[in-house]
Design a protein around this ligand. Structure first.
Ligand code: HSE
Length: 415
């Protein structure tokens, strides 16, 4: 039986998960591929660490040594950050190796260029593990796009922030305590800024946008907000209203525009993302023929991410038939457009509202002593109000929300 030779770039949590899985599932891999799979080389950051790696595998800190290997079919990259990962993958593609990556930041920035380069050199590029951990969302969208027109994606794409919000609500924990626990469990990145400020979910959303619509919206004008300013009090107030905080990523096509946002929202029990808890991720795909599909599963962690990368390995050796795929349209510069329709929001505003009659917004007081109001407004109005009044927080309510009897509706106007 012939052998497929692999190099692993990076031996952190994800790299180790791939290493383990290749060994624990060798029988299944050989049965599917008709070939043995062998890890020939591993690129590590630091030679000093003690690692449990089989004899005979090249373990090096020097990428050149891997590049010069005479036989190398597939490179699996699990490094953090844009560089040197991007440069390494370009070199590997040029030498004719298939590449598989879990690096969302790098792929959100350079995925388009890598796809073009891979096509030119006749190799494949797998990126299932960049989005939503072990959930086969890239595969599902790719398959659907053969015939469906996908109109919208909505989901929870960061396991760490979902875990933190769940812990705060269930265990009455502070943000900091919940973050520490996410770090101890290995869900958060070494520097958790990208997780809690919404960048990680945003990168994943951009990868999905490019796959689904052939392009990304203008990054600077999309709404990106994380969860770091959500307090335990706000989480508990929302709980009393029967709502849960979730960091929601959405991208949709509206005419020729792509509208994208990552921001915390409140989700009611009727919404499919309400039950997505802990480190789980979920993606709802809206398409014209099939309707709506909900995918849910582990969004982070060693083995779920390894599962996604091994799936890519199988497709690299046994390619899928893709009839229709989008190309990156570099010349299209999207202008961010906010939704003009009114939506329901919870406003948390401890101080008195400055009310005028310039802009009409319906306000229902829930509890003015706590500064809780339900608002019906479009995004533009909400954004401009919150920019001019930094003390007010707005969270869109997704799913059905019915006012309780004591929440007497009243009309108010503010600019
Ligand atoms: N830190 C990421 C998360 C890991 O929490 O979702 C998976 O991309």
């Amino acid at each position: 039986m012939s052998t497929i030779k692999i190099a692993l770039l990076g031996f952190g949590t994800v790299g180790q998960g791939v290493y383990q899985t290749v060994h624990s599932h060798q029988e299944e891999l050989s049965a599917v591929l008709g070939k043995k799979v062998e890890i020939a080389a591993i690129l590590v950051k630091n030679h000093q660490k003690d690692r449990d790696i089989n004899e005979g595998i090249l373990v090096t800190t020097d990428f050149r040594e891997i590049l010069q290997l005479s036989e190398l079919d597939i490179v699996i990259e699990a490094i953090v950050g844009k560089e040197p990962a991007f440069s390494y993958l370009k070199e590997m593609i040029k030498r004719g190796s298939h590449v598989i990556t879990a690096n969302k930041e790098m792929f959100a920035h350079h995925g388009g260029e890598l796809k073009i380069l891979a096509e030119k050199h006749g190799v494949s590029i797998g990126f299932e593990a960049t989005v939503a951990g072990g959930i086969p969302v890239i595969q599902t969208i790719t398959q659907l796009l053969n015939i469906n027109r996908v109109t919208k994606l909505e989901g929870i794409l960061n396991g760490t922030s979902n875990f933190i919000l769940t812990e705060m609500r269930e265990k009455n924990e502070t943000f900091q305590a919940a973050l520490k626990s996410a770090q101890q469990k290995g869900f958060a990145e070494a520097d958790p800024t990208n997780d809690i400020q919404g960048f990680d979910a945003f990168y994943k959303l951009m990868i999905l946008s490019e796959l689904t619509f052939g392009r990304q919206p203008d990054w600077d004008s999309a709404w990106r907000e994380g969860i770091s300013s959500i307090t335990r009090e706000q989480v508990l107030e929302a709980k009393e209203l029967g709502l849960r905080f979730k960091l929601i990523a959405t991208v949709e096509k509206s005419g020729e525009s792509i509208i994208a946002s990552v921001r915390p929202a409140l989700v009611s029990p009727s919404h499919p993302l309400y039950a997505v808890e802990g480190v789980e991720n979920a993606v709802s795909i809206y398409a014209d023929i099939v309707g709506k599909i909900n995918l849910q599963g582990p969004g982070a962690g060693m083995l779920p991410t390894a599962s996604a990368m091994i799936e890519d390995l199988i497709h690299a050796v046994k390619p899928r038939i893709i009839e229709r795929s989008f190309r990156l349209e570099n010349d299209v510069k999207e202008v961010f457009q906010q939704k003009k329709t009114k939506q329901t929001w919870l406003m948390i505003q401890k101080e008195a509202l400055e009310i005028s009659r310039d802009n009409t917004v319906l306000v229902s007081k829930i509890d003015s002593s706590k500064g809780l109001y339900i608002i019906n407004a479009d995004e533009r109005t909400v954004k401009s109000f919150s920019e001019r009044n930094g003390r007010a927080n707005f969270f869109q309510i997704l799913g059905e929300y019915h006012l309780k009897e004591q929440e007497t509706p009243s009309l108010a106007f503010f600019n």
